[in-house]
Design a protein around this ligand. Structure first.
Ligand code: PFF
Length: 447
């Protein structure tokens, strides 16, 4: 077997992990999930979930990946717990499921890069979104996005993934900061800040059962947890790196970029509609594409350039996340069966393209794919992983966390205790509430 690649530098790993974490989950999904779940109340619970549940969980995935130095499936074998390969399998399935519709939204973003340049949406962003987000056009651009993803993965870790993500993080931050400041200067954005930043505790108390599971799952999605991505990426890390330091950096940057995206999208929604509108195009999945695009149209000719730049950066963010999903299955097939990397990447890309055509055809399907991922697959996959790290792999995991960090041994022990109690209960409740909510109203497009 060929020698296993490693990240060329520590920054290479951090950027790739942040590249996986920062994506449509932050820029597209977080603002609209905030808008549909009570504004600041959701933001507050999300921040708590990222730090109290997301951070300990990401450390667990790092500890598995780095010790095993193998893909997310075989890692469990290598750690002498072959029965737990099922955790890797569920993670792999969850990641592929998500990638199938993630790519559809990635396709919308490509469409908007072009639409900015040609001025396509300048005649009305709501109608434009309605036209390009479904049907044949959406399928075609979904195909382009998936082909780009497979193309990068085909080149391998050093040439493809590491290079593609290096520029992305700084440019996402700069673009979002610029837009947040611009939104702040616009008439009508004022009330957005109260809505986004000052939690309505009454709302929270009345909707705890839906806000909490949504926020916890959003943290998992956004941090790329429960899909084998972080296990796989950590398998390329060096022994003498500090996992807690890396984990803290990834969680911190990812959370900050999500909150920053909200500071762009929510004020722009208020400028355009005076409130957070209901419905798919306004406050739902179309929020980014309708409100931010509208701000570009107001800039006239300059808006075309700024708009194209903005959507291009979003595209890079989406691609660097999508490649981490496809890399999970690709590295497994390459490690285990010695399959050809290029053929594997394009083979799975093609199959997922077919699955994703449902979500591309009709946003009701996209919503259903997303709901299943959020309410069931993600919490289930993370829960199994937490049980594995907490109880089965415990002492070795503690050892691995200590390795390379100068953290006191008591910090590592506190971590595993926290994982077994707070994280376990939090994820269990999230799964329970998610499953019962689906059971109560399945919302299937075909029912
Ligand atoms: N974390 C990515 C985002 O927020 O867009 C989505 C994602 C990428 C999820 C990779 C899972 C994953 F493995």
């Amino acid at each position: 077997m060929a020698q296993r690649e490693t990240w060329t530098t520590r920054a290479g790993f951090i950027l790739a992990a942040v590249g996986s974490a920062v994506g449509l989950g932050n820029i597209w999904q977080f603002p609209f999930k905030t808008a549909t779940n009570g504004g600041a109340a959701f933001v507050l619970v999300y921040l708590l979930a990222a730090v109290l549940i997301g951070l300990p969980t990401i450390l667990g995935e790092f500890a598995i990946g780095r010790r095993a130095k193998l893909n997310a499936i075989e890692a469990f074998d290598r750690l002498d717990h072959p029965a737990w390969t099922v955790v890797g399998g569920l993670g792999l399935f969850t990641g592929l499921w998500i990638l199938s519709y993630y790519s559809v939204v990635g396709g919308w973003v490509i469409r908007y890069v072009i639409g900015s340049l040609t001025g396509g949406y300048f005649g009305g962003t709501g109608a434009y979104f309605g036209a390009v987000s479904v049907g044949w056009e959406a399928i075609a651009f979904h195909g382009v996005f998936m082909a780009l993803t497979a193309g990068i993965v085909a080149f391998g870790v050093e040439d493809g993934i590491e290079k593609a993500t290096k520029l992305m993080v700084p440019s996402v931050i700069v673009m979002l900061l610029g837009l947040a400041v611009y939104a702040f200067t616009l008439d009508g954005s004022g009330p957005a800040y109260g809505y986004y930043l000052s939690p309505d505790l009454g709302y929270l108390a009345n909707n705890l059962g839906s806000v909490v599971p949504f926020a916890v799952s959003q943290a998992f999605f956004s941090l790329s947890l429960g899909m084998g991505a972080m296990i796989t990426y950590a398998s390329y890390i060096d022994k003498d790196e500090s996992l807690p330091a890396d984990g803290g950096l990834v969680v911190g940057l990812n959370t900050a970029i999500g909150v920053l995206a909200g500071l762009v999208v929510i004020p722009l929604l208020f400028v355009q509609f005076g409130t957070v509108p209901e419905g798919a195009a306004g406050g739902g999945p179309g929020a980014l594409f309708v409100s931010v695009a509208q701000a570009f149209t107001d800039l006239g000719m300059a808006g075309r350039v700024v708009g194209a730049l903005f959507f291009f950066v979003v595209l890079i963010a989406a691609l660097s996340s999508a490649i981490s999903l496809l890399e999970v299955v690709t590295s497994y097939c390459v490690d285990k069966y010695d399959w050809d990397r290029k053929a594997t990447a394009f083979g799975f890309g093609g199959a997922l393209f077919l699955l994703g055509t449902l979500a591309a055809w009709d946003t009701a399907w996209l919503g259903w794919f997303d709901t299943l991922a959020y309410s069931v697959l993600l919490p289930a996959s993370v829960l199994l992983g937490v049980i594995f790290v907490g109880w089965v792999y415990g002492p070795e995991a503690v050892d691995e966390i200590k390795q390379g960090s100068n953290a006191d041994a008591s910090v590592a022990r506190l971590w595993i205790w926290w994982l077994r109690t707070v994280v376990f209960v939090g994820v269990f409740v999230t799964l329970y509430l998610g499953v019962t909510s689906i059971y109560a109203s399945p919302g299937l497009p075909f029912l």
